[in-house]
Design a binder for this molecule. Structure first.
Ligand code: Z15
Length: 829
């Protein structure tokens, strides 16, 4: 019987001396075992990559132990859990992160070195898991790390794309996209759960059924696809807690196409079945506009349906009464991408659990909260009714029902103000009748969160004004944060050691508020020396990387000035490039003697453009065209270099951020909902050159305007400036640099014409012309500060010291208390 088996297993466990050991010798033995039995190479001869594979499996084994204990502990305690639903996660590499969170970095490095390997080199063998586009996706990853570290009973759910974000290849300065088949080399960080599968249904019709005299709707689906779970353990730091990121992959279902097997069409039938897998095969590489694509909608529903079946099954394992559901379950929608969870929960409650519509709706409104990450209208998804009707006919009906109820409620509040009713309606009438997913999410969630204070104000006064006036209590904000484990401890070990030394403790790695203690030493000369030394070593690493990827040699005495993020018009990489052209033009027109006064710069730009985003691609090409000219001009030499770092991703960020002196966050005010890159730079002591947009406003509150280079129109000035259009006075220098591009100074005259058109006169929507003057002033202020290295170093220390508020630990603590109502559930050691 199973009781006997458990007792035997426990005896064995004691005989074997319990859990895996973490001393270097035990680690070595385990590594060699994995080389021999998992990687199937000889333990006497294996290379760096094989060492990476073997070590990863050792770490995986240790993660699994903790993960089992955590899951068992959660099961016993049965606390309220949060389920984080996100279509994107940018996890990057896992090896170093896991080792550090397990607290066995030194032991692993020792074990490897005795085998003749270097830890850093082995860790670099790992490719990135890039199941996401940009800020939103990396935020999910940071938040998972905080949830685990802070012992919250949390699950992440997502999709296991076979192809992650495309690889960016630059040919002749143009971006090309290559598929990222990241699973080619195996993935030791996931555990395939062949028995955790759920059927997900699509298409078909809705019929009525009578049960005990009551009428019920019943969905007769036309297609079934199987969702298979892949579990990725997420270890916390300084705790045994290890939580689950469960990603779903699509597999053909056994119920699929049974007919064809009897008709002799065997080969075609199997090939057809295989097509089911396309649902989870590829990540959409555009982070904001994918209106009306059936595959996208299928991905969203596939992931939502499988996750909810899993969540409801877990609830029903223990509970019978659905009234308890909101006491045990919080569902967090990461943006509106997973919003189909709302009608899906309603469908399960009403059609399958027969709870009755009112009860079901009441429960639904108690469990959902959502976070929005944007103010851009094009990111607010709309689903064409025709598409939804064919793919998910029952869900469309439910949405209509919700909307009728919503409209009735609204009329009670605002009467027959038809314009406003039409604006707020979940259903948009018009040429293409469609569902406004944001309005659906707003009406059915108990809370909507913005991602910074400024963003939240814009949601209340502009984007969701109508809703805010009626339900102000629903609106909250949680300023984003990033995890110091990845962005200092993993990526900047030297700075990490320095911080711990001066604070006299490593506790800041779990308790970020302690960082403020560095302020005390902001003028200490010996800290200055050590700080500068660490920064220089990081610059050296970055310089080597630049030389290896672009062949360019850069001077370590130059200011490393970095802008890395997705390429977007609102993020204004073009402003940066035009500023660089201006700098170049100035140097060229200077007397030779004056050139000695120029502060040397290495300008570094990196980022991906969505494959169909023409203007973003032109910015990449312009950057290369300008770089070509500047970098080969002997008049300029080391005074100015421009580098485009190809294929920017999480692991590139880990290398670039610690080596940056200055970083740019220069979106037109009111467009960057939060921005999280800035927080990573801030933690690493890199100074910011920024507009008062998104979280920067709060960074100013923490470190003060004097410790950064602020410029540009403020958010309330932007509408007026736009109205003024071409009557705004734009500096002559701006006209001059745009003219240089137009006149073909950097070649490709025809190609750049439309890009130049976007910043001229009335077309300058993002106000590059209006902000150019103050941008140049901020740049000049940065040059001036850089000459005074003592001042610069003080500003740098104060940046790190003031970055505590921007840890995702703080964000998650706020969410737990104010949005989800969950408490820590710490697994005993
Ligand atoms: C994305 O990365 C962000 C917003 C979106 O609407 C989409 Cl679709 C993708 C970013 C914001 O642009 C950025 O300001 C914010 O810091 C980040 O999400 C995380 O909230």
């Amino acid at each position: 019987t199973s009781g006997e088996r458990t007792a035997k297993a426990e005896r064995m466990f004691e005989l074997m001396d319990g859990f895996l050991k973490n001393d270097p010798l035990s680690l070595q033995k385990d590594i060699l075992d994995h080389v021999e039995y998992t990687v199937a190479r000889s333990r006497f001869s294996f290379d760096d990559f094989e060492a990476y594979q073997a070590l990863s499996h050792c770490i995986r084994d240790r993660l699994i132990e903790r993960w089992h204990d955590t899951q068992l502990h959660f099961k016993r305690k049965d606390p309220k859990r949060v389920y984080f639903l996100s279509l994107e996660y940018l996890m990057g590499r896992s090896l170093s992160n896991s080792i550090i969170n397990l607290g066995i970095r030194d032991q692993c490095a020792d074990a490897l070195s005795q085998l003749g390997f270097e830890f850093e080199v082995v860790a670099e063998q790992e490719g990135d898991a890039a199941l996401g586009n940009g800020g939103l996706a990396r935020l999910s990853a940071c938040q998972m790390d905080s949830l685990a570290t802070m012992d919250f009973p949390a699950w992440g759910y997502g999709l296991r794309y076979q192809y992650g974000l495309f690889r960016q290849v630059i040919l002749d300065g143009f971006q090309h996209e290559q598929p990222d088949y990241w699973l080619n080399f195996g993935n030791p960080w996931e555990i395939e759960r062949v028995h955790v599968t759920y059927p997900v249904k699509f298409y078909g019709t809705v019929e009525e059924e009578i049960l005990n005299g009551e009428k019920y709707k019943i969905w007769i689906p036309g297609e079934t696809i199987e969702a298979v779970a892949y579990d990725n353990p997420i270890p916390g730091y300084g705790t045994r807690n290890t939580i689950t990121l469960r990603l779903w992959a699509a597999k053909p279902s056994n119920q699929h196409d049974m007919e064809a097997y009897n008709t002799g069409d065997y080969i075609d039938a199997v090939v057809n079945r295989q097509r089911a897998e396309t649902i989870s095969s590829i990540l959409y590489p555009d982070d904001r506009s994918h209106q009306g694509k059936e595959l996208r909608l299928k991905q969203q529903y596939f992931f939502v349906s499988a996750s909810l079946q899993d969540i409801i099954r877990r609830f029903k394992d223990v509970h019978k009464d659905f009234n308890k559901f909101p006491d045990k379950v919080a569902l967090q929608l990461n943006d509106i991408h997973p919003a189909l969870a709302i009608p899906e929960v309603m469908r399960v409650f009403v059609d399958e659990e027969h709870l009755g519509w009112n009860k079901a709706f009441d429960l639904t409104c108690k469990i959902f909260s959502f976070t929005t990450h944007t103010v851009q209208a094009e990111a607010l998804e709309k689903i064409p009714v025709d598409l939804l009707e064919s793919l998910l006919p029952r869900h469309l009906q439910i949405i209509y029902d919700i909307n009728s109820y919503f409209m009735e409620e609204l009329k009670k509040r605002i009467g027959l103000d038809y314009n406003r009713l039409a604006r707020m309606s979940i259903v948009e009438e018009g040429a293409v009748k469609s569902i406004r997913v944001a309005n659906l999410s707003l009406f059915c969630s108990h809370t909507v969160n913005g991602v910074s204070k400024l963003h939240s104000e814009l949601l209340q006064t502009r984007v969701f004004k109508d809703f805010y006036e009626l339900w102000p209590e629903k609106f909250q904000y949680k300023t984003n944060g990033v995890t110091q484990r990845r962005w200092i401890v993993v990526s900047n070990p030297n700075l990490c050691a320095l911080i711990s030394k001066w604070l006299g403790t490593e506790s800041w790695i779990r308790d970020i508020d302690l960082l403020i203690g560095l302020r005390e030493y902001a003028t200490d000369i010996s800290l200055h020396q050590e700080w500068q030394m660490v920064r220089r070593v990081n610059k050296m690493r970055l310089a080597e990387y630049i030389e290896a990827t672009s062949g360019l040699k850069v001077s370590l005495d130059a200011m490393f000035d970095v802008q890395i993020k997705r390429i977007h018009q609102y993020k204004r990489q073009l402003l940066n490039i035009l500023g660089i052209i201006h700098r170049y033009d100035c140097i060229k027109n200077m007397a030779k003697d004056d050139r000695r006064k120029v502060v040397p710069r290495v300008c570094i730009i990196g980022g991906k453009a969505a494959p169909g985003y023409e203007m973003a691609k032109k910015m990449i090409k312009l950057c290369h065209a300008v770089a070509e000219k500047i970098n080969n001009d002997s008049d300029v030499g080391d005074l100015l270099k421009l580098v485009f770092i190809p294929d920017y991703n999480v692991s590139v960020a880990e290398l670039v951020i610690p080596g940056a002196d200055l970083s740019q966050h220069i979106s037109t005010a009111g467009h960057e909902a939060s921005g999280t890159g800035s927080m990573k730079f801030l933690m690493n002591g890199c100074l910011l050159l920024a507009t008062a947009d998104g979280s920067t406003v709060e960074i100013i509150e923490e470190i003060g305007e004097d410790n950064m280079f602020l410029f540009g129109a403020k958010v309330h000035e932007v509408p007026t400036l736009r109205e003024k259009g071409s009557t705004i006075k734009v500096p002559l220098q701006f006209a001059r640099v745009v003219r240089m591009v137009r006149d073909g100074y950097f070649g490709f005259q025809d190609y750049f014409k439309s890009l130049c058109d976007t910043v001229e006169g009335n077309s300058d929507y993002y106000l590059l012309g209006a902000d150019f003057g103050s941008y140049l002033e901020a740049q000049a202020a940065a040059d001036k500060a850089f000459v005074d290295q003592e001042k610069w170093t003080r500003m740098s220390i104060l940046s790190t010291a003031g970055s505590g508020r921007f840890s995702s630990d703080r964000t998650i603590q706020d969410y737990a208390e104010k949005t989800w109502g969950i408490e820590p559930c710490r697994c005993p050691l």
